[in-house]
Design a protein around this ligand. Structure first.
Ligand SMILES: [Fe+2]
Ligand SMILES: [Fe+2]
Length: 341
């Protein structure tokens, strides 16, 4: 979304919050939808609760240049409920192949994370992502094998929101492997993964995707993202401390060579260690503008060099085992070419 759209959308958030077109379920609406017309700051009613909203509506609005509709703040709980049911529907959709279902779910979740990145300080946006974390934890509890298919082993492009969804899913799988099975205990770890890079909002994409060494100034900008993210999350009432910790500490290394604080082994929590392994795996796997994707087993080999100085031995061993198991069982999931990204 461009800066003007962000500014305009943000100016209405006192009474409305924006929802991406593809976050709205194709069914009878459970909330009122408003639309911005022309240059007016005040959204006008587009569809009322109970009226249908379908793919043709979505397409028409997109063609007219609308990226968002607006929902009254008082109805955000209803919006979140429909988002959860939309995710459940996509995740279990019998008409789609499993690999495709998971891709669609990840894309839908990435939209919610883009909303968090686009509208800083809006608690409703974070609430929607917290709902996603609870949905992930429930899925993981109901059927861990199926939930494991959310782990993205394919040749995806690196975008911050996509990466955050992947890290959230990876954290859920890892938490379970390490014995954190109760969905109530698992959800905050997933949420920490989903939000860990929220401080990257202001980092230019040229820095995020730069090939080779960053200049000292570029590095200074990038290296602030854990602290910026932690500060932002700490300021929102209700965000669990473990989520703040994962945002703050996911670039720490056990030997003290990480950033931003250079913490040492005993100072780094299990949650942060989980986030680090989940994060590095996805960051290395992804395609960058300057190189193609790297296959999962190769990524694990590269990461193994960082054990035990960088990564926690037990967390990495668990992750390594699960990824190799997934690839052995479903080699098609690890395709590094073709259209499965
Ligand atoms: Fe990061
Ligand atoms: Fe990350």
């Amino acid at each position: 979304m461009n800066a003007v759209a962000t500014e305009r959308a943000a100016s209405t958030t006192a009474r409305f919050f924006p929802v991406a077109l593809d976050s709205i379920d194709s069914a009878a609406l459970s909330m009122d939808l408003y639309i911005r017309v022309g240059t007016s700051d005040e959204p006008v009613l587009y569809r009322s609760t109970g009226v249908a909203f379908d793919d043709a509506d979505r397409q028409r609005l997109a063609e007219q240049g609308h990226e968002f509709l607006y929902v009254p703040l008082a109805q955000h709980a209803a919006f979140r409920r429909q988002l959860t049911s939309r995710l459940d529907h996509l995740y279990h959709d019998p008409k789609q192949r499993r690999i495709e279902r998971m891709r669609v779910v990840r894309t839908a979740c990435a939209r919610s994370i883009e909303d968090v990145l686009s509208f800083p300080g809006q608690p409703e946006m974070l609430d929607a992502v917290a709902d996603i974390s609870r949905t992930f934890a429930r899925w993981s509890h109901e059927d861990p094998e199926l939930f494991g298919h959310l782990v993205d082993l394919s040749s995806h492009d690196y975008y911050t929101a996509t990466h955050m969804v992947n890290v959230g899913a990876n954290c859920g799988v890892l938490a379970r492997l390490l014995g954190i099975i109760d969905p109530v205990a698992q959800a905050p770890l997933i949420l920490g993964g989903l939000l860990h890079d929220v401080g990257k909002r202001g980092v230019p994409v040229e820095i995020l995707n730069k090939e080779g060494k960053l200049t000292p100034d570029e590095w200074k900008i990038l290296a602030r993202h854990p602290e910026v993210g932690a500060e932002e999350l700490r300021a929102v009432p209700g965000v669990p401390a473990v989520v703040v910790d994962m945002a703050y500490s996911h670039h720490e290394r056990l030997d003290g060579t990480g950033y931003p604080r250079g913490l040492l082994d005993p100072q780094i929590s299990l949650a942060a260690r989980i986030c680090t392994v989940a994060d590095v795996f996805d960051a290395i796997s992804a395609t960058r503008p300057y190189r193609g994707p790297i296959a999962p087993d190769k990524v694990l080999d590269m990461m193994a060099e960082g054990v035990p100085n960088h990564f926690d031995r037990d967390v990495f061993a668990a992750w390594s085992q699960v990824v190799r198991g997934m690839v052995a069982k479903h080699p098609e999931r690890a395709a590094t070419t073709g259209d499965m990204a």
